[in-house]
Design a protein around this ligand. Sequence first.
Ligand code: PMT
Length: 411
Amino acid sequence: MGKLQGKTIVLGVCGGIAAYKAAALTSKLTQAGADVRVIMTESAVQFVAPLTFQTLSRNPVFVDTFDERDAAVVSHIDLADSADLIVVAPATANMIAKLALGLADDMLSTTLLATEAPVWVAPAMNVHMYAHPAVQLNMQTLAGRGVHFIEPGEGQLACGYVGKGRLAEPEEIAAVIERFFAGAGCLAGRHVLVTAGGTVERIDPVRYISNDSSGKMGYAIAEEAARMGATVTLVSAPTALPCPPGVRLVPVQSALDMREAVLERLPHSDLVVKAAAVADYRPATAAERKLKKQSETMTLELVKNPDILQEIGECKTGQFVIGFAAETNDVDQHAMDKLQRKNCDLLVANDVSQAGAGFGVDTNIVRIFDRSGMVEALPIQSKKEVARRLLELAASRMAAVGAAAEPEGEL
Ligand code: PMT
């Protein structure tokens, strides 16, 4: 049975010379068992005939939004709803811009706007177009919304230039899609405990100490873990984010609350991911009433919070533990130190001084470490993508060592 058996993949083909490679991609995806439905832009039709894709996919090809062939459905909505995944290959600078802006003026852009399926984009264009700040910004915007990119290759381009912009090879695109679906169930049966957000340490009923964590990284991990089949509990400090679908939310405020919620659930967990930014110190006392303005200066006495991750590292009984490190300097050194000191299986370091990484933003740039050193350095990508790669790594390591703890009942 093909690796894509039972999957419906919508392939969007834009107008570029690399459109001919999309024919090979259609063939590969079809051979892997996918039901491939092709949408071409008007410009793509200038390069390759729709009949090529119809013959390879054994499905009708869509070009014109108003060419409705089945009165029972609205074609672009039907395509958007039926897709398990949409891949745009080749994606032109124009289509990327339309997608970033939410424009819907042809069959492909309309379908892309209407779908809830994961979207993969494989750009192909001239080297200078690809490097143009407008294109890069559009891709960054889309990455932040969870669109996945398959980077173009470097080499001789059809326009005569040599550089980056060549559509990734069809084999590579098909392999990325196969890996995506293979990862979908890789945490089935596992209990995953995720922490997120910045803890709130009360000074009085209206004032507190906290940090810039938005919770986006932890929520993305919880969402992806649920998508990969896990039973997920998210212990979250206050954030503005909605609870991801299928995830059990345990709201907490302070580091002490978080510690209690996490340690209580630790014995029932197979995988713990500590993405929360836990305050290292809290006010020695939290006033019960609003503090009144008095003298010119005020001294706040702080006491150390327990290190939850370190405690987990000391008392874990087979759980796979992932820590995070938010650093601004000597990232690798601090990461390895934290990994060892807190007895983590993996540690994810983000240099929060880099643009597009760390607190608040939709993207992250991380380096993942284990006891032997750096395992992977991920380029800038959406927090969802970081989450997926991290969880895939954890799942394969857990499978290899049989790291699952026996579930001891309901979480
Ligand atoms: O929430 P976002 O806006 O998306 O931002 C994401 C993030 C930057 C918060 C996230 O990627 C991240 O780096 N989280 C960890 C931040 C942090 O507290 O790092 P740290 O180096 O201070 O702590 C190291 C590890 O120990 C972390 O896993 C932390 O959860 C844990 N810790 C720290 C202190 C403490 N008292 N208890 C802990 O468990």
